[in-house]
Design a protein around this ligand. Structure first.
Ligand SMILES: NC(=O)c1ccc[n+]([C@@H]2O[C@H](COP(=O)([O-])OP(=O)(O)OC[C@H]3O[C@@H](n4cnc5c(N)ncnc54)[C@H](OP(=O)(O)O)[C@@H]3O)[C@@H](O)[C@H]2O)c1
Length: 297
């Protein structure tokens, strides 16, 4: 069985790759050279905006499943570069949806808890999304195209992803935070943003499982701890032995020049706990897992 991972040099993709090893023939697409020193990975260098080359590579691979992690994932960057955010987050996803439809591949799309407006919290898969920023708008449009193409496609809404990168660097706030705390630099965390963070190791395992099982539709991949980002950072600092004085409380919606953020986008993970073999974890369990994770050789 062949698995294609888009954005394979990214943060989430590194864990996906580690969990797919030994189970799938793994193909990965990245823009620059491969960051993974991984003999099992068949690496393809490609800017996914190049539709023709993308179709060419895809049709040579003909994957059974695709885990689509590639995206413009930074909320503020999307707000400032709307045209590019639309092309990457919506355009590339639509191209991939079509290619998967033509070849009968299953598509697992990485969406986000940010599709919710954050006024309610404890969101379930049947709650209606409503965007408060442009990143969320692009993800909602992409979700619709994934779901309307095939019943076997999956929209996996990821909560805030916490962990150390398994390969490369990627978009890891934990790695950035540890780097600053190590130097004694204070780090601000939004007290208004309530999340159900998921560790990157559990997430990689869950996404690989979804690529290979019979589930289709929307699923929330979130941790079992509901917490604001300031409290979360305090817990992490305490576990790692740093002073709590290095963690500062801020309100992200009062910070100038930033895209609006949803307040409470905590998500229930009861569906994930019901249908997946991968257990959903608490913040402390997830932290322990990511700090000690060693990919199989
Ligand atoms: N991290 C989180 O907390 C979080 C939470 C919810 C949802 N998500 C979603 O989960 C997915 C993975 O996130 P992540 O944190 O792993 O992000 P990431 O580390 O930024 O990885 C995204 C990858 O996509 C690649 N990419 C972007 N545009 C591309 C293009 N035109 N052609 C080829 N590759 C391209 C990037 O390549 P370059 O390195 O070359 O730019 C990068 O390696 C994203 O869809 C994100 O929206 C993440």
């Amino acid at each position: 069985m062949k698995l294609l991972i888009t954005g394979v040099n990214g943060f989430v993709a590194g864990s996906v790759l580690a969990h797919a090893k030994g189970k799938w023939e793994i193909h990965g697409i990245g823009r620059s050279e491969s960051l993974a020193n991984e003999p099992e990975l068949i690496y393809h260098t490609l800017d996914l905006l190049d539709d023709e080359k993308f179709a060419d590579i895809f049709n040579k691979i003909r994957p059974d499943s695709v885990i689509h992690t590639a995206a413009m994932a930074n909320i503020d960057t999307c707000q400032k570069n709307k045209e590019m955010a639309e092309r990457v987050n919506v355009g590339i996803t639509k191209t991939l949806v079509r290619l998967c439809q033509e070849s009968g591949s299953k598509m697992v799309f990485c969406s986000t808890d940010a599709v919710f407006d954050g006024t309610k919290g404890d969101y379930t898969e049947s709650d209606a999304p409503r965007a408060v920023n442009f990143y969320a708008e692009t993800k909602i449009k992409a979700e619709q195209s994934v779901l309307s193409a095939s019943d076997k496609n999956v929209v996996a809404r990821l909560a805030l992803v916490m962990g150390l990168p398994v390969i490369g660097k990627g978009n890891s706030f934990l790695a950035d935070t540890i780097g600053k705390l190590e130097k004694g630099i204070q780090v601000p965390f939004p007290v208004n943003e309530i999340r159900t963070p998921i560790d990157v190791i559990t997430l990689g395992s869950a996404l690989v499982e979804l690529a290979g099982n019979q589930f289709g539709g929307i699923i929330h991949l979130s941790g079992c701890t509901k917490i604001n980002r300031y409290q979360m950072a305090l817990e992490i600092a305490k576990t790692l032995g740093y002073s709590s004085e290095l963690i500062l409380s801020v309100d992200s919606n009062a910070m100038e020049g930033r895209a609006p953020r949803s307040n409470d986008v905590s998500m229930y993970n009861s569906l994930a706990r019901q249908i997946l073999k991968t257990p959903m974890r608490t913040l402390s369990e997830g932290l322990e897992l990511t700090l000690n994770f060693k990919p199989a050789k």
